[in-house]
Ligand binder design. Structure first.
Ligand code: SF4
Ligand code: SF4
Length: 487
């Protein structure tokens, strides 16, 4: 039987913080700032180039870096390591600087202490991406980055702790769900040490001995208490807990990817997965949104748009796009998950209520959803792998500082047949992960016919995977990529 006891191991197989040089760098007090500064400089360059540079997307840093390189690098780091983008997040650099001058005094409003707002923002981001053709607009992309900086600054200037990261940031929520499949987790090295620990600084923070109200090192701003923390949900990998723990008892430790989705114990700062409808809906939006985002890039979407426009007699894109979003993000998940949940009761003998079944098994979709995002973003990233070189060369040459030489617009990326192997590999891996999670949940949590229930949710994953395979086999738009020899 597949069952992973996440809290039983005291001896980790691998701890990134124990690796020479890397461990030393990451445990350095100013490591986060050091990692944030380059990303902040790149973000500033992207904003300036987006606002004042060439309007052609494949020649602009804002669009090329955001929609080709950043997204691709993000998912690959999540796949091979963990949520290290949040660690190096440039928005938090500005916010941390601002907090040196003013301290927020308010707590985030209680009714908003969940994921509903960020789910809405994630859907809005996906919607705006399609509506404004963000991949094709350096200007709008620059404004999106500015809005992000302003939003993070404003919210964390008013509200205490990491309110923006935990309750608002749509990229953060994307990372939280994707990092459930990551091989690394910020976690305790030895639980016995925590049992004996008197101060619990990992959550409280380290106080000035002479002035106990003064914090000299933050504890976890995301309200994750290390000994009771499970998995990567809500963890920004900020490593504040590593800095705060007086016993050097927190590491970045290897684990079985997606195992955290198979258990349903009480988690610090998160609660029970099965009771978090907001988190379940976030995973559903993450997974079906992966299909929808990829669908927006293939030619059948134009045929569907035209058909809907004719059917309802409308000439504007907005209502047609809203219909497509409703179809993919509301109707499709409701129908498929609803049928699987209903059959789990009548054929699988599950005693859970329908909503509870839908919420619990929605987490099994996370690996597949991530596999589809990987396939999609990986396609752009690998197809346009080298495009940052000519775009950077051109940007510097336009400033009269051609230190990198003249732009080599013929540089693009990997061959299409190689990229396609990666795409199909990612979806297959995601599908296997989802099957494993649903099998484990059914085996360990159901009293009726676990195998039947597994088959139902496995078929759901299979249907979604078939949709993804079909999408990836369609010719995709080369968004944000300069085609070889492009003049
Ligand atoms: S401060 Fe360190 S030892 Fe104490 S509870 Fe937190 S992680 Fe465990
Ligand atoms: S302080 Fe909290 S959010 Fe930061 S790494 Fe530790 S557990 Fe994760």
């Amino acid at each position: 039987m597949f069952q992973f006891d996440l809290k039983s191991k005291n001896q980790p197989a691998f701890d990134l913080l124990r690796v020479p040089l890397i461990g030393k760098l990451l445990t350095w007090q100013h490591a986060r700032t050091l990692l944030q500064i380059p990303l902040f400089i790149i973000s500033a360059a992207m904003i300036l180039h987006g606002l004042f540079g060439p309007t052609l997307a494949p020649r602009n840093l804002a669009t090329t870096f955001t929609w080709v390189h950043f997204r691709g690098a993000l998912v690959f780091v999540l796949l091979f390591a963990g949520n290290f983008f949040c660690l190096a997040c440039p928005f938090m650099l500005v916010r941390n600087l601002a907090r040196k001058f003013f301290r927020p005094v308010r707590n985030w409003p209680r009714p908003l202490r969940n994921k509903w707002l960020s789910v809405g923002l994630l859907i809005s981001l996906l919607f705006l991406y399609e509506w404004f053709d963000l991949w094709a607009s350096p200007w709008w992309t620059a404004w999106l980055i500015i809005a992000y900086f302003a939003g993070a600054l404003l919210i964390d200037a008013v509200f205490k702790h990491a309110s923006f990261c935990k309750f608002v940031c749509p990229i953060g929520q994307f990372n939280f769900v994707a990092s459930t499949v990551s091989p690394l987790e910020v976690t305790v090295r030895d639980y016995d040490v925590c049992t004996r620990c008197a101060t619990k600084d990992c959550i409280r923070g380290v106080r000035e001995p002479a002035a106990p109200l003064v914090t000299i090192q933050r504890g976890c701003e995301l309200a994750l208490f290390q000994p009771r923390k499970t998995g990567n949900i809500d963890c920004t990998f900020c490593l504040d807990c590593v800095q705060a723990c007086p016993h050097d008892n927190v590491g970045v430790i290897s684990r079985v990817p997606a195992a955290e989705l198979m258990t349903d114990g009480m988690r610090s700062g998160v609660g029970f997965l099965s009771k978090r409808k907001d988190l379940g809906v976030l995973v559903i939006v993450f997974s079906f949104g992966a299909l929808l985002n990829a669908f927006g890039m293939v030619s059948p979407v134009y045929a569907l748009e035209q058909w809907l426009a004719n059917l309802f007699g409308v000439n504007y894109e907005l209502p047609v796009l809203a219909l497509i979003f409703g179809l993919f993000l509301v109707f499709e998940p409701l129908l498929l998950i609803g049928i699987a949940a209903w059959l789990s009761r009548v054929w699988g003998g599950s005693r859970r209520p329908l909503v509870s079944l839908a919420v619990r098994y929605s987490y099994s979709l996370a690996p597949l959803g991530f596999g589809i995002w990987l396939a999609h973003f990986g396609f752009h990233f690998l197809s346009g792998l080298y495009t940052f070189i000519p775009v950077t060369q051109a940007a510097l040459a336009n400033l009269g500082w051609a230190v990198l030489g003249q732009p080599q617009w013929s540089l693009s990326g990997l061959a299409p047949n190689v990229v396609q192997v990666f795409e199909h590999g990612f979806i297959t891996l995601g599908l296997l992960g989802s099957l494993l999670v649903s099998y484990s949940i059914a085996k360990t949590e159901e009293v009726g016919h676990p195998m039947r229930i597994f088959i139902l949710w496995g078929v759901l994953s299979l249907i979604i995977a078939c949709g993804a395979f079909w999408l990836m086999s369609q010719p995709m738009e080369m968004r944000g990529v300069v085609l070889g020899g492009f003049a």
